[in-house]
Ligand binder design. Structure first.
Ligand code: GRF
Length: 210
């Protein structure tokens, strides 16, 4: 889509954003939608934790929210079933994982295959999983960063859409590095989402794989 066009709000693709905590990526994406920087709308924010601070932030932005508390389900499968049903009600074009701290079943991932994105705070394929910044510092890496990728059944392993690099300073701690990377994550996620949306609207195929 050319830069000088603006998609009418009703025609914009919709996003369901899944969070577990503070939701700073969700807030950045929602603000970008509201300002028109990102040509999408946020239909729903879902948290698996009732006390996630991002829920209140979403409500204050006028976004519909839902809680699907994973602790109330007997199995991962049943939680994913409930999540899928709630998502179907909102029928989003894209499912956006933004600090969503749950491993999803391959059955769930398959249902949203090619339409579900995640942001991970490392330069994938380096450092899938947790403690990414501490691991990058311990390894003596010159750069850390973040990756937006298509979600596949294997954790943090789907095709990468876009990455941002952040230099590691000699006196960096995991916390100071996380702070700088997070700032870059916000811009990265907005850019990657717009890229996916544009590719889909320019393609007869519904695949966004690079
Ligand atoms: C981010 O660092 C993201 O990369 C990771 O979890 C964190 C979520 O932060 N997946 P926030 O909730 O978006 O502030």
């Amino acid at each position: 889509m050319p830069d000088d066009t603006t998609t009418p709000i009703a025609a914009r693709p919709s996003l369901a954003i899944l969070i577990s905590g503070r939701g700073s990526n969700m807030i950045a994406i929602a603000r970008a939608c509201q300002s028109g920087k990102l040509q999408a709308t946020v239909a729903l924010v879902i948290s698996n934790r009732p006390d996630a601070p991002g829920l209140e932030a979403a409500r204050q932005m006028g976004i519909e929210t839902a809680v699907i508390d994973h602790t109330t389900f007997v199995s991962r499968h049943e939680f994913d079933q409930a999540l899928h049903q709630r998502l179907q009600q909102a029928h989003p074009d894209w499912v956006v994982l933004a600090g969503f701290m749950r491993i999803l079943t391959s059955e769930f991932v398959d249902r949203w295959q090619g339409r579900m994105l995640n942001i991970h705070p490392s330069l994938l394929p380096k450092y899938p999983g947790l403690d990414t910044h501490a691991r990058a510092i311990a390894a003596g890496d010159s750069h850390a960063g973040a990756s937006v990728h298509i979600v596949s059944p294997e954790l943090d392993a789907g095709p990468v859409i876009s990455q941002v690099k952040v230099a590691i300073e000699p006196d960096d701690t995991a916390e100071s590095l996380a702070h700088r990377v997070l700032h870059e994550e916000h811009a990265l996620y907005i850019k990657a989402l717009q890229q996916c949306i544009d590719r889909n609207s320019n393609s007869a195929s519904d695949s966004v794989l690079p």
